[in-house]
Design a protein around this ligand. Sequence first.
Ligand code: 13P
Ligand code: SF4
Length: 336
Amino acid sequence: MSVNNVDFDEKLKKDGFLNFEIDSSLDLFEEINKLKKEKNAIILAHYYQDPDIQDIADFIGDSLGLAQKAAATDADIIVFAGVHFMAETAKILNPGKKVLLPDLNAGCSLSDSCPPDLFKLFVEQHPDHLVISYINCSSGIKALSDIICTSSNAKKIVDSLPIDTKIIFAPDKNLGAYINKQTGRNMLLWNGSCMVHEIFSMEIITKLKNRHPDALFIAHPECEEKVLELADFIGSTTELLKFTNTNDAQTFIVGTEAGILHQMQLLTPTKTFIAAPPDNACACNNCPHMKLNTLEKLYLCMNYELPEISMDETLRLQAKKPIDRMLALSKQFGLV
Ligand code: 13P
Ligand code: SF4
């Protein structure tokens, strides 16, 4: 099916841009920039996106930065180059705007590890617990939560609560365990995890550290505890990026999704960044969900204003409350 001769029907809504071809002579950067202006659209991209998508985005950030940007934009269309829960968060905050996701199948293994029906039962079994959920979850989980957090603000949010508060933390058991350790709490953890951050191998990282004795190993808190124990610095993607910019070290072994290396290299081109390898020969340090978005799909999605995120209004209002709490607390903490 050619883009210039489109039989635009329900199939596109259902299957996405599977069978679309793009005229190879088109300069997609130019076309996307044109569409941005024509449609008053903003492209928000996570650090885990392909370098091309990062390069054309209006804003690149971590989950907190992206949610804050989505809450503040006056664009008519938000094009979310990220995964479904991120685009959904943008829609929750902007019911009147069109929110597009280049590939609706861009999900998240961590979000999938926490189905709302099971989580509801778990919450009901602990009625005296406050529910803090990591933003990497569906709107159904957000609607069951009291406060949303991200890896940038989780510690501060937990620290802001009285020490005797009983807390359920979902869905990431690794981030939850890390925050428990950092805050001296004993939060009840949902047994979820991210397939990308659980793939790193302690043994290979140790070998790499031996081979590069001056390198610092930096890691995202979604990694397992045994990997985090090896880390010289732990932080969200934005925090990792800032660290590589401000720290004197010249070489960094990076324990998170490999897309972040693009911004690290752009920020400090003279430094060396080594993507921490997975425990086998695969490219599993690339998130298969994030990488479903391509420049081609981004162009098609902006051209046809599809696929669009839609949401039941009752669910949206329930899911918005804990996100609003997170945004207000982050402002209070100076995380803007
Ligand atoms: P942050 O964006 O909070 O660093 O989290 C990384 C992540 O896994 C997003 O899916
Ligand atoms: Fe989800 Fe992990 Fe991919 Fe982030 S990197 S979107 S947490 S699967």
